[in-house]
Design a protein around this ligand. Structure first.
Ligand code: KG4
Ligand code: ZN
Length: 336
C-alpha cells in the first residue's frame, strides 16, 4: 500500500510517500521559517501564498524521490484540520484536485493524529492503546490513543501551548523565531537552579495545563531587569524555562497515566524535539517501569510522512472524504 501525504497547516509545505503504513519512501519539507522570522512569528497570508507557490514542486519531488507515479498510489492523504485556514485550504484543494484527477481515494487527516503517528514511523512495535502527550506550537494535549483512528482527549491547555510558551519566553530574551530550539541550545550551557519559576495551580480537570502564568512570569522578570539595567544570565533562564515546562508536561502525563491505568506512554509534536522534555518524561517513565516512545528528532516538526502514515491507518479503517472536503481551523480530535 502506497499513500501520499500532504501537509500545509502552518509554515511547512510537506509531502511524503509512505509504504505499508510505516515505511517512509520519501519525505520533502519546504520550510518558510526564514521568511516569517523577520516578523517574529508566522504571518498567515504569507504562509498561504508560499504554500500555493511550493506545493506542486514539493509533491512532485516526493513522488520522484519515492520513485513512484500517481498511478502507483493507493490514496492521497491531506491535513484538513486544525491549523491556519488559508494554509490548510491550499493543501486540501491541491489534494482534492490530485485525487479527483487520478481517481484515487482522498483521505482526511487531523494534524494532531499525524503528530501521534510519528511514533509508528519511529517505533515499529508500537500499537494502540497507549497515552500520548502532544506538545506543539498550537497544542498541548494528553490523549488516549484508543486505536489507530480513535482518540479521547483527557487534558488540554487552558491558555498557551507549551511551544508557544517556549517561543514567547525566547522572544523576550531576544532570540529569533521560532525560539523553542534556541532555548534548548542555550539551556545546555545553563544552570536551572538560579531562577525558580512557578508551576500552575489548576482547579477542575487535574490533567489540564496552563502555561500563560509561566510565560508572564518570565517576561516580567526580563522587563524588570532591563528597567534596572541588570543583565540576566539567559543560559540559566533558558535552563529554568525548559526544566519547568518539562516538569509540568511530565507531571500531568504521569498523573493521567497512573489514574487511567496506562503503562505505555508516547510523546509527539514539535516540542517533542526538546532535550529536556524528552529526558524528563523518559526518566519518569523508566522509574515507574512504563514503556516510553518518542519520535526521532527529524519527525518531531511538521512533515508529510506523519500525514501519510496516519492517512494509511485512516484508509485501512475506511475513512475517506469526497469532493466536499473542507479545511477546518479548529477541530477537536474527538470530533473526527
Ligand atoms: O508541531 P510543530 O512543528 O507545529 C505545530 O503544529 O504547532 O511545533 C512547533 C513548535 C514551536 O513552538 C517550536 O518552537 C517548538 O515546536 N519546538 C521546540 C523545539 N523544536 C521545536 N521547542 C522546544 N525545544 C525544541 N528543541
Ligand atoms: Zn504540528
Amino acid at each position: 500500500m502506497l499513500i501520499l501525504g500532504i501537509e500545509s497547516s502552518c509554515d511547512e509545505t510537506a509531502a511524503s510517500v509512505v509504504k505499508d503504513c510505516r515505511e517512509i519512501r520519501s519525505s520533502v519539507i519546504s520550510t518558510q521559517i526564514e521568511e516569517h522570522r523577520k516578523y517574529g512569528g508566522v504571518v498567515p497570508e504569507i504562509a498561504s501564498r508560499r504554500h500555493c507557490e511550493n506545493i506542486l514542486g514539493v509533491v512532485r519531488q516526493a513522488l520522484d524521490d519515492a520513485d513512484v507515479t500517481l498511478d502507483d498510489l493507493d490514496a492521497v492523504a491531506v491535513t484538513y484540520a486544525p491549523g491556519l485556514i488559508g494554509a490548510l485550504l491550499v493543501g486540501v484543494n491541491f489534494a482534492k484536485g490530485l485525487a479527483m484527477a487520478s481517481g484515487k481515494p482522498l483521505i482526511p487527516v487531523h494534524h494532531i493524529a499525524g503528530h501521534i503517528a510519528t511514533n509508528y514511523l519511529t517505533c515499529p512495535t508500537l500499537e494502540p492503546p497507549y497515552l500520548c502527550l502532544v506538545a506543539s506550537g498550537g497544542h498541548s494535549h494528553i490523549i488516549e490513543v484508543l486505536s489507530y483512528t480513535k482518540f479521547r482527549v483527557v487534558g488540554r491547555t487552558r491558555d498557551d501551548a507549551a511551544g508557544e510558551c517556549f517561543d514567547k519566553c525566547a522572544r523576550a530574551m531576544g532570540f529569533s523565531y521560532p525560539g523553542g530550539v534556541q532555548i534548548d541550545h542555550a539551556a545546555q550551557n545553563g544552570d536551572p537552579s538560579e531562577f525558580r519559576l512557578p508551576h500552575p495551580n489548576i482547579t477542575g480537570n487535574e490533567f489540564d495545563f496552563s502555561f500563560s502564568g509561566l510565560k508572564t512570569n518570565v517576561i516580567n522578570l526580563i522587563h524588570n531587569s532591563q528597567q534596572k539595567n541588570i543583565t540576566l544570565n539567559y543560559n540559566n533562564l533558558s535552563a529554568s524555562v525548559q526544566k519547568t515546562i518539562a516538569e509540568i508536561l511530565t507531571e500531568k502525563t504521569i498523573k493521567a497515566a497512573e489514574s487511567l491505568g496506562y503503562i505505555k506512554i508516547a510523546l509527539a509534536g514539535g516540542v517533542s524535539a526538546n532535550t529536556g522534555v524528552r529526558a524528563t518524561l523518559s526518566e519518569a517513565c523508566r522509574k515507574r517501569g512504563f514503556e516510553f516512545y518518542m519520535p526521532e528528532k527529524s519527525l518531531c516538526g511538521d512533515n508529510g510522512a506523519m500525514i501519510a502514515c496516519q492517512g494509511s491507518y485512516n484508509f485501512l479503517a475506511g475513512i475517506t472524504a469526497d469532493e466536499s472536503l473542507n479545511a477546518i481551523a479548529t477541530l477537536s480530535m474527538e470530533d473526527i
